[in-house]
Write a protein of this length. Structure first.
Length: 136
């Protein structure tokens, strides 16, 4: 049996013992922490200062946690590639909304016409005009 590849935040983790049932991805508490940073504690699933009460349906009889259901509760989009057993979890809807209302563009790096790389963060505090074109 091959490992399940999970993309979560900026982590890519291969989990050999992940359990997949249909569209549900089950991880042990240790795997969940390694993959996502969320830790199962008595208060619930916790990460930094945030804790989320555990819905009993997120747990199976072996103590594994349904990451798909938990991500859905957090408003995280999920996509799955069954042929390669790969799962990708996006940023939560609330986090994206907060970033948009923050009016600060996320950092990115692009080349100019001469191939020199420019990062948006290099120009923080300055006005930036960016022109984009596509040949679709």
């Amino acid at each position: 049996m091959s490992a399940t590849t999970i993309l979560y935040d900026d982590r890519v983790t291969d989990v050999a013992s992940a359990k997949v049932t249909g569209e549900q991805l089950w991880l042990t508490p240790a795997e969940l922490r390694a993959v996502t940073g969320w830790k199962l504690e008595t208060e619930g699933l916790c990460k930094e200062a945030a804790c989320v009460r555990v819905d009993p349906q997120w747990l199976d009889t072996a103590g594994r946690i349904n990451l798909s259901a938990f991500a859905g509760h957090l408003g995280q989009p999920l996509t799955r590639e069954p042929a390669h057993d790969a799962w990708a979890f996006g940023e939560s809807v609330n986090a994206r909304r907060d970033a948009l209302f923050g009016l600060e563009a996320p950092n990115f790096t692009l080349p100019d016409l001469d191939g020199k790389l420019h990062s948006l963060s290099d120009y923080r505090g300055k006005k930036v005009f960016m022109y984009s074109w596509g040949s679709y």
